[in-house]
Design a protein around this ligand. Structure first.
Ligand code: SF4
Length: 286
């Protein structure tokens, strides 16, 4: 649950989830429809599906015993190098650092002034001092990256600043985020909403039969309004992502939104991802 999601957001879900699914065996026999009420709203629905698949695999193929090593953990659905290392360190005390964006940012600023990337040499230096304290160091660096050394670091309050290269160099190494006012204003002036409807990014549903087209709704709709539209008209339960750009359709700007079907049986024509990319590419150029 903590992949891409903050603890403060997860904690309520986690507590309710453990009450309903106290063991991996309980989770392994649960259907998606029964799982969803305990997960809906947390986002990243592929992650939820992977949790069910992993529980099933642990019970069926590993006798109900959760994998312990990074290599074994990485073979489970939805568990990549970061999650595998976090589990190995927190759950089993393995000497592994969970390198993620936050941790790389903190270490990258402290040692490299925010320029370049954390190299395997820097990683190895940390690995050599981890010993039995990997879990504490992971937790400390995660908290540090979430509270002080955030995207806008609070260096004035940081007790490490005298030794920090980023602070000494005034943060010059880190490129400022490029703001493209054109995109922001294009979004603000969109008069319609183009919904790209999909199922796990494997099936893309089209509003017309012969060639791919997104679902075009009048106005710049909120995510809640998009969900309501598809629920009322088609009986579908959706997860809707925040808008991520604009395209031009029939000469007017349309806000582009991805929506994933969580429940329900769609009866729309299905197209591959390449058709969606062709459509958005062609409409962006106009
Ligand atoms: S001084 Fe600033 S950049 Fe350096 S570690 Fe502290 S918060 Fe991060």
């Amino acid at each position: 649950m903590l992949q891409q999601t903050q603890v403060s957001r997860v904690i309520g879900y986690y507590t309710r989830f453990l009450e309903r699914f106290p063991t991996v065996e309980t989770l392994a026999v649960t259907k998606w429809e029964d799982f969803l009420p305990y997960y809906a709203g947390l986002g990243y629905y592929a992650r939820g599906r992977n949790m069910l698949r992993t529980a099933h695999e642990i019970v069926q193929e590993h006798g109900g015993v959760f994998s312990r090593t990074v290599a074994e953990l990485e073979r489970l659905p939805g568990i990549g190098p970061y999650t595998a290392r976090a589990i190995a360190s927190f759950a089993y005390g393995a000497p592994e650092l969970a390198w993620d964006t936050n941790l790389r940012r903190v270490i990258g600023r402290f040692f490299l002034g925010g320029k370049g990337t954390v190299t395997p040499t820097v990683e190895a230096r940390f690995a050599s001092v981890l010993g039995r304290h990997a879990a504490e160091l992971n937790a400390a660096l995660m908290d540090f990256g979430a509270s002080l050394c955030t995207a806008r670091p609070k260096c004035a309050a940081c007790s490490l600043r005298k030794a920090c290269r980023y602070f000494r160099e005034g943060g010059r190494g880190e490129q400022k985020a490029i703001v493209r006012p054109g995109n922001v204003s294009a979004m603000a002036h969109a008069e319609q909403t183009a919904v790209i409807l999909h199922e796990n990014h494997t099936h893309y549903f089209s509003s017309r039969a012969r060639s791919y087209a997104p679902f075009l709704l009048p106005g710049r709709l909120t995510r809640a309004a998009i969900k309501e539209h598809f629920s009322t008209l088609y009986g579908l339960v959706l997860a809707v992502r925040p808008p991520h750009g604009t395209i031009r359709i029939r000469g007017r700007a349309a806000m582009l939104v991805h929506a994933q079907i969580l429940l329900g049986t769609p009866s729309f024509p299905v197209f591959p991802k390449s058709a969606v990319l062709r459509y958005t590419g062609a409409n962006k150029r106009r």
